[in-house]
Design a protein around this ligand. Sequence first.
Ligand code: ATP
Length: 349
Amino acid sequence: MTAPLLSVSEISKRYGAVVALEGVSLNVGAGEFFALLGPSGCGKTTLMRCIAGFETPDSGKLTLKSADLSGVPPHRRPVNMMFQSYALFPHLNVYENVAFGLRRKGEREEAIRARVSELLDMTQLAPFGARRINELSGGQRQRVALARALAPRPALLLLDEPLGALDRKLREETQFQLKEIQRKTRTSFVIVTHDQDEALAIADRIAVMRTGKVEQIAAPIEIYEKPATRFVAGFVGEMNFIEGEIARDDGAAFVTSFARLPRAECALPQGARATLGLRPERIEVSRDGEGVAGRVEDFVFRGEYTLLRVRVAPDVVLRVGAYDGRFAIGDDVKLTIAPDAGVLFAESE
Ligand code: ATP
């Protein structure tokens, strides 16, 4: 990898007794779409504010294009921030909102006109240049905020819950637009979100945070399929956590109260207590045939699949994704779990 655009190294930040960030390190590449994902209060916004320069870390180092950022005020950083509230100027029209940063930089009128019209085109706002902000829909306002933040050509754009105010359908559409605009402008984006689906859909890489620390940094597919910790496994997507014990007598296996599940790759010793994190879609369900016997206790229709809750033992209910067929409460079913499906976590984790 070439030198990262942004390098965050061992950043810590406290507010009195509250530890907002504790030894956070990560790199963001040039042109990368990077997501900070985690539950409320885990430190995402604090980290963003440290990068923007609105907050000073107690310790650690930030560099951008290999230059140390300590002591550099926000307006001197090649970084822009788009706030969740958009913070648009209600007394200015769309054009002037987008032009704002360029005027402040003292750019020539002609250059401003060219850049604003380029951005209005890119964000599909060209017909709205003369509109006032209060005459726009929520989605349009979001796009004005994005165009305004991109206008001065920052090397890095920070977006704090940029789609938080939009309804679900619009959010999905806007995710595509945001990705496209990011690709076209080749700007590095760092997005803050607590929405796991959004992070998976939008980012090249995700940092999953928990109580001021980074738990895992990886591409979405790896976060989903190979979560590094139980927390990541439970936070991103649906997950069954199944308790059991390792047996290494006749080939390694994970032994639960309802099945013996072979594990070719298992580093844990004989007798170790462990938890298997298993996605609902990794369990196959049929009406008959081989497999673990269970009974449907409940289900929710999710459109492309139905999520079943299947009791397989007095103390174990599994969530299972059913992609074919109809099921009813009380149905007897058979479940198959492929060898090595899911991720094993040692008890001590
Ligand atoms: P959310 O998703 O709810 O915005 P977050 O992950 O962005 O949460 P932060 O806003 O970074 O979390 O907050 C991290 C911790 O630091 C929280 O416990 C918060 O209460 C605390 N905190 C943040 N800013 C301040 C402040 N200015 N003064 C005191 N405590 C603060």
